[in-house]
Write a protein that binds this ligand. Structure first.
Ligand SMILES: O=P(O)(O)OC[C@@H](O)[C@@H](O)c1c[nH]c2ccccc12
Length: 275
């Protein structure tokens, strides 16, 4: 069994418990009653038609306490405070891990961040049921994660449609050529190239350029995982990233605001005018 299968087993158990506490009809009603979602695609530099590519390298800053690959990363006693620093540094989107068992996150963390900042929020979890999409929206999410390796094409299409029907977008995450092609085929407008293999947890930054070259130019490309420094940001920006998703390096940083700002400025300077 891969790490991904193992994580998803736990996610399904936790989900079943929440579903008893808040039944489907209630979570759907809450999702539809929530304040409208923010446009995460535009916030990440998405442009329609034959217009100039956005010149900013966007940063998605992540709130993550621990991970299966690295163990404990940071305590984060006040997720709202960390999120405020991310936003002050110029983060375009903030990602909040809500998976409990392996990442130490929760929907309470998500709520705390939601009330602290105005930027679009990504609910970062392993989405396996539509219920979680309604739940994300009910808590004020603007963007959800869909992991191609964890879902069938049928699931991906349906879940993307549910997200859009609720006014959200999906960050569709891929790790191989085949997964990129599946993400493009279902009509993803934001594709994440995760340089960490979720089945083995190995990081290979070299996969980014190879996979990014298969993605059409009107799709927003997010380079995910393994960003340690300005040098990594510059590499991803040079290789076609519109945005980067950074967790570990920021949660361990004593000055996350300044680091986000440094990533935005170095990445934007390195971003080519066309892709
Ligand atoms: O901490 P890092 O190496 O900067 O990685 C962030 C992010 O890419 C990573 O948390 C991630 C990417 N895809 C995921 C899917 C589920 C959970 C976590 C992730």
């Amino acid at each position: 069994m891969s790490v991904l299968d193992d994580i998803i087993g736990g996610v399904r158990e936790d989900l079943a418990a929440r579903r008893v506490a808040v039944p489907d009809a209630d979570i759907q009603a809450a999702a539809r009653a929530a304040a409208p979602a923010r446009n995460a695609w535009a916030a990440l530099g998405g442009v329609t038609g034959d217009v100039q590519r956005d010149t900013r390298l966007h940063v998605i800053s992540e709130v993550k306490r621990k991970s299966p690959s690295k163990g404990a990363l940071a305590e984060i006693p006040a997720p709202a405070e960390l999120a405020r620093r991310y936003a002050d540094g110029g983060a375009s989107v903030i990602s909040v891990l809500t998976e409990q068992r392996r990442f130490g996150g929760s929907l309470e963390d998500f709520d705390a961040v939601r009330s602290a900042v105005d930027v679009p929020l990504l609910r970062k979890d392993f989405m396996v049921e539509d219920y979680q999409i309604f739940e994300a929206r009910a808590h004020g999410a603007d963007l959800i994660l869909l992991i191609v390796a964890a879902l069938s094409d049928e699931d991906l299409r349906r879940m993307l449609a549910v997200a859009r029907e609720l006014g959200m977008e999906a960050l569709v995450e891929a790790h191989t050529e085949e997964e990129i092609d599946r993400a493009v085929a279902i009509g993803a407008t934001i594709i994440g190239v995760n340089v960490r293999n979720l089945k083995t947890l190995d990081v290979d930054r070299g996969t980014f350029a190879r996979l990014a070259s298969r993605i059409p130019s009107d799709v927003v490309i997010v380079a995910e995982s393994g960003v340690r420094s300005v040098e990594d940001v510059v590499d991803f920006a040079t290789q076609g990233a519109d945005a980067i998703l950074v967790g570990e390096a920021l949660v361990k940083d004593a000055m996350p605001r300044d680091t986000v700002a440094a990533f935005v400025s170095a990445g934007s300077a390195a971003k080519p005018a066309r892709r």
